[in-house]
Design a protein around this ligand. Sequence first.
Ligand code: BDR
Ligand code: CA
Length: 327
Amino acid sequence: MDAEAATPPPARPLILDVDTGIDDMIALLIAATSPEINLRGVTCVAGNVEIHHVARNTGKLLRMVGRGDVPVSIGAARPLQRRLRTAPDTHGPTGTGYVELRGEDRQLGTTEYTAIPASRYLGAHVSRHPGEVTVVALGPLTNLAAATQQGVDLAGATREVIWMGGTLEERGNTTETGEWNACVDPEAAEICLKAGSIHRIFPLDATQDVVFAMDDLAALPDTHLAGIVRDAVRFYVGFHQQADGINGAYLHDPVVLIASLLRPDLVTEQVTETLACDTSSDPYLAGSLYRSEDGRPTTSVAVAIDPDGMKAELIARLGRAVSAPYS
Ligand code: BDR
Ligand code: CA
């Protein structure tokens, strides 16, 4: 093998926007421990749980895999115009199912919480490194919309902006046609779609191709952190059994992280759409994506994923994350 072939490509600079959240938790653990990713920062947004839970969970999880060095920025505590709704039935009272992650734990060190709010953190970071940073948003788009409103050219100044959100043909998980991240802050989704701030979307059509059962997690090593992940996912599976009648759970956020950045070959179908988000006052319609004809920018939408390949990849990466020295 020649020297050039043996050199891995440089790790991809990433800012992850999360509302941690059981599936966000798994995405975060994988992002923080995958050698192909250079995790430059994590921005927090209220969604699955209130912002103080998101910030605490995020900081603690990073410390548990020895990544207290990653800056964590606290962002929007509520949607742009609407009252915050959270999902304790889906993610548990503090966002991690049956587990409660407490902040204090001296031997894990400290988290780099930055005083710069998320929208400004995003703006400063992408303008300092034009074309370099990828942003993966795994929650409501409040922080990204605020940055867009502040004049940040997310589409032009980043390498790529990717969002887990919305649904095209799949039944919604919040309303009949609405997905959670879009429904929590429809105005934010609409601002980002209209401005062309999102390059690629992974809606439920893609993320619900893979069902993770508790048995799949049996392959994880026997560490403290693996126990935490199992207890969190057990709660998530209980919710999905009731809500969707499936014997397992959809791990939307880590599926998106892996399919977008780490194993793009696992995306088996992609379409180009011109999308808008309904912002009406009708709670049954707000948050639904629809095809727009107002000449706004197009977005690439992943609509199918290889389920077996994804399951194997996610479990392998999660296994490595929960084996990290501090876990
Ligand atoms: C999305 O909503 C949240 O509950 C999950 O964390 C995921 O980002 C799925 O609809
Ligand atoms: Ca999420």
